[in-house]
Ligand binder design. Structure first.
Ligand code: SAM
Ligand code: SF4
Ligand code: SF4
Length: 346
């Protein structure tokens, strides 16, 4: 099998990884992602079928993509997700299929996903306190999420990760508890700085707990912390660290120390829009091409042209702003729900 050489963007960044949102719906309402009481949903008829996703993934793979991450919304709300995983797992150029989930539905689906060929699971869990979870995610599903993490372990998923967005005044007093919880579950915690992405309509800079502060808080309990060197070609968003006792954790410092220079990620929304950056204002409606009878070569050419022209570095540009506030107001989000994090896929 010949491995396609990746197409490079305007800064020389290869196209290697694709995040596929399979639904914009969610069973939680996390305060940093879906704080509003009402949302405009993508029309169901616009949502890509598994066949359409599989075809697009094949075209992306021919341009160099070898990693797929399924996301949403909550991807486990999409019926028959293991069927999609099984189809993608048959693509020879795809070396890894991962899933980002809130884990609430994992107890039901972990085994089938593993059997279908899913390689890795990242669970989002921001608190280890059931009462806080209920308030913050507006759902009493804490126990289900914990069962989901355990189900992922039992199903044999290696290198389980737990993502926790740190928000001052909500869970910044749980950094140690989260690390201990992850250890008990055989997982690695990754703290995520609260980002001013679309949908975070309650964002403010003073609620961001920076990487520097996270490290200082952990050092006060655990003592010295050392950075784990990145691999030479790493494009992973998390910087990893090691405690003196050997345990490791990660920090995704997108808000204060962005990593756009190594960003090799494209995203497609559930209705087939291509986005070249989490912060990009507009996307490319690949669905129209797919449904209008365009050939694989035509679609490949369109994606390759878009990637070659890419000069996005959204998070780095945000850092340079003099005063930083929410990215989009509610009206802007309503005018185009593709601006929402839960539509674009985190
Ligand atoms: N529902 C799934 C989940 O929560 O894992 C997948 C979709 S969710 C949009 C993907 C990731 O985006 C989650 O880890 C979530 O914590 C993160 N996220 C959402 N809004 C965020 C924000 N404002 N700042 C930082 N991370 C955010
Ligand atoms: Fe929370 Fe993920 Fe749902 Fe957003 S999409 S509300 S982060 S569970
Ligand atoms: Fe990539 Fe955009 Fe995120 Fe920067 S802000 S890392 S370019 S997706």
């Amino acid at each position: 099998m010949t491995v396609p050489s990746p197409v490079a963007d305007g800064f020389g960044r290869p196209l290697k990884s694709l995040r596929v949102s399979v639904t914009d719906r969610c069973n939680l309402r996390c305060g940093y992602c879906m704080p509003e009481s009402e949302y405009i949903w993508l029309p169901r008829s616009s949502v890509l079928s598994f066949e359409e996703i599989d075809r697009l993934v094949g075209i992306f793979a021919s341009l160099g993509v070898d990693k797929i991450r399924l996301t949403g919304g909550e991807p486990l709300l999409r019926q028959e997700l293991p069927t999609l995983v099984a189809a993608l797992a048959k693509q020879p150029s795809i070396s890894e299929i991962a899933l980002t989930t809130n884990a609430v539905l994992l107890p039901r689906h972990a085994e089938a996903l593993r059997a279908a060929g899913l390689d890795r699971v990242t669970v989002s869990l921001d608190t280890v306190r059931a009462d806080r979870y209920a308030t913050f995610a507006k759902a009493t599903r804490f126990e289900a999420a914990v069962e989901g993490i355990d189900a992922a372990r039992s199903a044999g998923f290696p290198r389980l990760k737990i993502n926790a967005v740190v928000v001052r005044g909500f869970n910044d007093d749980e950094l140690v508890d989260l690390l201990e919880f992850a250890t008990q579950r055989g997982a690695e915690v990754r703290y995520i700085e609260y980002m001013d992405v679309g949908g975070a309509t309650g964002w403010s800079l003073d609620q961001v707990v920076s990487q520097r502060e996270i490290l200082a808080t952990l050092a006060a309990t655990y003592g010295s912390i050392e950075a784990v060197p990145d691999g030479a070609k790493s494009s992973a968003p998390a910087q990893r660290f090691r405690l003196a006792d050997g345990r490791t954790f990660g920090i995704i410092a997108s808000t204060t120390v962005p990593f756009c220079r190594t960003c090799d990620r494209a995203r497609i929304t559930a209705d087939g829009y291509l986005y070249l950056c989490l912060y990009a204002d507009t996307g490319l409606p690949l669905r129209d091409l797919v449904r209008s009878g365009a050939s694989d070569d035509e679609i490949r050419g369109t994606i390759a042209d878009a990637w070659r022209a890419r000069r996005d570095r959204g998070a780095e540009e945000r850092v340079q702003l003099r005063s930083r506030n929410v990215l989009h107001g509610v009206e802007e989000l309503r005018a185009d729900p593709h601006r929402e994090m839960h539509t674009r896929g985190g």
